[in-house]
Design a protein around this ligand. Structure first.
Ligand SMILES: *[C@@H]1O[C@H](CO)[C@@H](O)[C@H](O)[C@H]1NC(C)=O
Ligand SMILES: *[C@@H]1O[C@H](CO)[C@@H](O)[C@H](O)[C@H]1NC(C)=O
Ligand SMILES: *[C@@H]1O[C@H](CO)[C@@H](O)[C@H](O)[C@H]1NC(C)=O
Ligand SMILES: *[C@@H]1O[C@H](CO)[C@@H](O)[C@H](O)[C@H]1NC(C)=O
Ligand SMILES: *[C@@H]1O[C@H](CO)[C@@H](O)[C@H](O)[C@H]1NC(C)=O
Ligand SMILES: *[C@@H]1O[C@H](CO)[C@@H](O)[C@H](O)[C@H]1NC(C)=O
Ligand SMILES: *[C@@H]1O[C@H](CO)[C@@H](O)[C@H](O)[C@H]1NC(C)=O
Ligand SMILES: *[C@@H]1O[C@H](CO)[C@@H](O)[C@H](O)[C@H]1NC(C)=O
Ligand SMILES: *[C@@H]1O[C@H](CO)[C@@H](O)[C@H](O)[C@H]1NC(C)=O
Length: 454
């Protein structure tokens, strides 16, 4: 390990003066540690003792944190994952890791980041994953739920990740390789990594970043409490016309309490926002989705004998353009599925354009025909769902039908309320709202599916 003398000196000087302990004496080449100005001697000499301000979690503000930098990558194969891991360990418990603007940092090894406790990670540069499919398919973190894998796992508590930088999943090779396959096919073995995943985490905040070209889902939160994304841009864009990005969902969750997404734009070809089993206390405001499968509650009820639920969601001011779905509730049906409920969901102020199913309650997920769905109906109850002030246009793909609320005969759907709905169809007017097997009055005129011209 080559280490310049001056770096070494200044480092130890700083350490001595401020009596900071660094767990490991190994310092990677090109790394540096900068102390916060507030820890300098001046305030003390001048007798100026400002009461330190704290962040939302009662921890130090950015300006009071020790800052750790690492070298950047020389090219797309120059793996800095060891340096990044070192930086996180060194900055843990009150420090900050900084990835600088205009620089690229390549991750080529799987990373277990579940040890975190009070850390800021400022990403102004680009963190890019290698696209070594062979390596990642042999080295990853695996989750049984929909056979998910990921490059890295973030866990612990009080984790703030922010900046104007990019998390780049380098997905093209993965989409090309996956071409023609289906993620929910039980025989699929071509697993693709999720770009950002938390597990066993409490208090995670992600602000300002661009999450780009994830091989599979863009984010997945597991066993997590309080995760908030703000001012984030997510996209997945293929340069190969024959292999579009697949399953690059914006947001997914499992066993999560407290999921917030605000001021965010998503440009992917699958779900924009779709909490999955056991997600509670969901808050979404100012979300923009283009070309997506919509803002979906679920799918839930997938696994035989397993109870799933989603409850307490507030979804407000969402723009949904050019998609398959707008506001959707989805539950599995079939001979080998689970059961559960979706309760207390509000969709308010949605602007939907050119979308196949602007409002849809689908209890025949996934890939089953009407006969099978009727023989093995969904056992997921859907209760207390509000659709308020929703306007725009459908694509016309479902004829005049702009809202389809078809409840499974095996389930209870009640407390479904629509108000101020103004969605038109290019296929003709008046637009139709389908309701089947919904208990009670839904607040607007509706017709059975058998009477719809879709
Ligand atoms: C596009 O993807 C297909 C399917 O994997 C592949 O055969 C083809 O070579 C790719 N085209 C380019 C230009 O990479
Ligand atoms: C999360 O916590 C559970 C239960 O304590 C444990 O079994 C699991 O290994 C943890 N997962 C990670 C990724 O740390
Ligand atoms: C609604 O969200 C859009 C972004 O999609 C934003 O531009 C607009 O200001 C938001 N409206 C309100 C009232 O916050
Ligand atoms: C929206 O998505 C479509 C493809 O689905 C794309 O052609 C268009 O450029 C996107 N619009 C914006 C503003 O990103
Ligand atoms: C959801 O929670 C229930 C009750 O705690 C549990 O039995 C079930 O396994 C969970 N579902 C999933 C998919 O983890
Ligand atoms: C319904 O969900 C909202 C959040 O959207 C929450 O404030 C409210 O307390 C929930 N109602 C019940 C009865 O739990
Ligand atoms: C669904 O509703 C039915 C009838 O109200 C009830 O018997 C059943 O327990 C509910 N299922 C769940 C998972 O809540
Ligand atoms: C529906 O799907 C089942 C199971 O895949 C299949 O056996 C059946 O033939 C299908 N029925 C129709 C009408 O397509
Ligand atoms: C519904 O939307 C159309 C087209 O945007 C508009 O012309 C019409 O006035 C709206 N109707 C109501 C009742 O708001």
């Amino acid at each position: 390990m080559k280490l310049s003398k001056s770096l070494l000196c200044s480092f130890f000087f700083k350490v001595c003066v401020n009596a900071i302990t660094v767990e490991n004496n190994f310092i990677p080449e090109g790394a540096s540690i900068t102390l916060p100005p507030s820890s300098s001697l001046f305030p003390r000499i001048l007798g100026w003792q400002k009461r330190p301000q704290k962040d939302n979690w009662g921890n130090k503000l950015e300006c009071d944190r020790q800052k750790i930098s690492i070298r950047s990558s020389k090219n797309d194969k120059d793996d800095i994952s060891d340096d990044f891991l070192w930086a996180l360990k060194t900055a843990n418990h009150g420090g900050l890791v900084e990835l600088e603007r205009g620089k690229k940092y390549v991750i080529g090894k799987k990373l277990d980041l579940t040890f975190l406790n009070d850390i800021y990670v400022k990403i102004d540069g680009e963190l890019k994953f290698t696209n070594d499919i062979k390596y990642w398919q042999a080295n990853n973190f695996y989750y049984d739920f929909q056979k998910s894998i990921t490059f890295w796992v973030w866990g612990g508590k009080n984790i703030k990740i922010y900046g104007k930088g990019i998390l780049n999943g380098n997905g093209q090779a993965w989409w090309d390789g996956f071409s023609g396959a289906e993620i929910l096919d039980p025989n699929n073995k071509f697993y693709r990594p999720i770009l950002f995943l938390t597990d066993n985490a409490t208090n995670v905040e992600v602000t300002g970043l661009h999450l780009k070209d994830s091989p599979c889902w863009t984010t997945f939160f597991v066993r997590t409490k309080n995760v908030a994304f703000n001012d984030v841009y997510i996209d997945a864009i293929s340069t190969n016309a024959s292999t579009l990005p697949k399953n690059t969902d914006g947001f997914d969750s499992l066993n999560v309490d407290g999921l917030t997404v605000t001021n965010t734009r998503v440009n992917v070809g699958d779900d924009c926002f779709s909490p999955k089993p056991n997600t509670t206390n969901i808050f979404v405001r100012n979300l923009w989705c283009n070309g997506t499968h919509g803002v979906s509650m679920g799918s839930i009820g997938q696994y035989p004998g397993v109870l799933d639920y989603i409850s307490n969601a507030w979804i407000e001011n969402v723009t949904l353009l050019n998609g398959e779905n707008g506001a959707r509730l989805k539950a599995w049906a079939g001979p080998n599925v689970g059961y559960g409920y979706i309760n207390n969901i509000t969709y308010k102020d949605l602007h939907i354009e050119n979308t196949d199913n602007p409002i849809v309650l689908d209890q025949c997920y996934f890939n089953i025909n009407e006969t099978t769905c009727a023989a093995y109906p969904s056992k997921v109850n859907i209760t207390n769902v509000n659709f308020l002030n929703i306007y725009g246009t459908s694509s016309g793909k479902k004829g005049k039908v702009v809202a389809d609320l078809t409840c499974s005969p095996g389930a209870t759907c009640s407390g479904i309320h629509l108000e101020n709905i103004n969605i038109t169809s290019p296929a003709g007017s008046p637009p139709q709202i389908v309701c089947d097997n919904i208990q009670g009055d839904i607040g607007v005129e509706c017709i059975p599916a058998s009477g719809a011209d879709s």
